[in-house]
Design a protein around this ligand. Structure first.
Ligand SMILES: Nc1ncnc2c1ncn2[C@@H]1O[C@H](COP(=O)(O)OP(=O)(O)OP(=O)(O)O)[C@@H](O)[C@H]1O
Ligand SMILES: [Mg+2]
Length: 335
């Protein structure tokens, strides 16, 4: 198998859903890349396709109604779309782990933290072909709770989820995710349900874990401030496309795509969320009948005739900075 320098490389991923109203063309050729040990934040308005992209990586989209119509998802050089359900099951949890917005959904209220962590560690051990006893798993669980900075972990592990605060529950979920010794952690809105102080603590913890556990992180958030705190690079999504990707500094200092410019203009303070875009009129288009050409063209103050006819591809506008916009193309396609 050919090795790839990126731990995760998504190429031209197209995903459709069959709905009663017709085919929803939700992902329109998404491309992203994440280098080993790097942190990539994916941002964009609600409904732009962030979670669908992460679920596709994890093999969590039900077929039907989902149809993968184009592209590849290379993880450590292997295309996940070629894998069987069983093969993906082995990768999920061990080589790729995930944490989500609401930890309580993933913790069972009737079992102690100890039982839930031990079960997960024993299962991960079996999946990796490195079986552990329940006693060994308990020792590992206490060490992991210590790593995610739960105080007095040997005592607190006996408690139940309702005895933990929201921030501590998310730490437990992070500890469980780490127990599979993953190379890639996908975090979908991991701090959205938490207040700002706890949010900052969790982001600091994740940053610390990148180095300690040699992790790569794909962070999904509609909050640019959250992404800026944890990530080195950013991918901005609009209506099922990545429209710009660069380092955090490049995007904040020299946003190139008109959508990114609007996004930043509508967020005077970094900590504000991208729920509504005061700087950009209109809203995200229908996926059943999306605009032709660049999907952003109806909302774009710079739209030209080419933008309504051709789809701009992500191209380098400066080193390490790629933008999908005809404003930056030296020669336009003949239309
Ligand atoms: N089963 C489905 N059938 C049809 N459309 C779907 C289905 N699941 C998701 N979608 C659509 O796909 C689009 C992208 O959804 P996704 O959950 O990826 O958005 P998101 O960027 O994560 O938004 P948010 O910030 O609100 O979490 C949405 O418009 C959603 O309505
Ligand atoms: Mg989402």
């Amino acid at each position: 198998m050919k090795r790839n320098a990126n731990i995760l490389q998504i190429e031209n991923l197209g995903i459709h859903f069959d709905t009663f109203e017709g085919t929803a063309r939700v992902l329109d050729g998404v491309s992203l890349e994440l280098a080993p040990g790097d942190t990539l934040g994916v941002v964009g308005e609600t409904g732009c396709g962030k979670s669908i992209t992460s679920k596709a990586v994890l093999g969590l989209l039900p077929v039907p109604p989902t149809k993968i119509v184009s592209g590849r998802i290379l993880f450590q050089g292997e295309d996940l779309l070629d894998k069987s359900e069983k093969e993906i099951g082995k990768i999920r949890g061990t080589r790729i782990a995930m944490i989500f917005q609401d930890p309580m959904t993933y913790l069972n209220p009737v079992f102690s933290i100890e039982k839930q962590m031990v079960d997960v560690i024993v299962r991960h051990g079996r999946q990796r072909g490195e079986p552990v006893t329940r006693k060994q798993a308990r020792t590992q669980a206490v060490d992991l709770l210590d790593a995610v900075q739960i105080p007095s972990p040997a005592d607190r592990i006996r408690e139940y989820p309702h005895e933990f605060s929201g921030g501590m529950r998310q730490r437990v979920l992070i500890a469980m995710a780490l127990s599979g010794k993953p190379d890639l952690l996908i975090a979908d809105e991991p701090t959205t349900a938490l207040d700002v102080t706890i949010q900052a603590q969790i982001l600091r913890l994740l940053k610390d874990l990148v180095n300690r556990f040699n992790l790569s992180i794909l962070l999904i958030s509609h909050d640019l401030g959250v992404v800026a705190k944890l990530c080195r690079r950013i991918a901005v999504m609009y209506a099922g496309n990545v429209v710009e990707t660069a380092t955090i500094a490049q995007v904040f200092d020299q946003p190139a795509h008109p959508y990114t410019q609007g996004l930043l203009a509508s967020i005077p303070r970094l900590s504000r969320r991208v729920d509504s875009l005061e700087g950009i009129k209109g809203s995200i288009p229908s996926f059943i009948d999306p605009p032709g050409g660049c999907r952003f063209n109806p909302r774009c103050g710079h739209a030209m005739s080419v933008c309504r006819k051709e789809k701009p591809l992500l191209e380098e506008t400066s080193p390490g900075h790629r933008t999908a916009c005809f404003l930056y193309k030296s020669s336009w396609p003949n239309t």
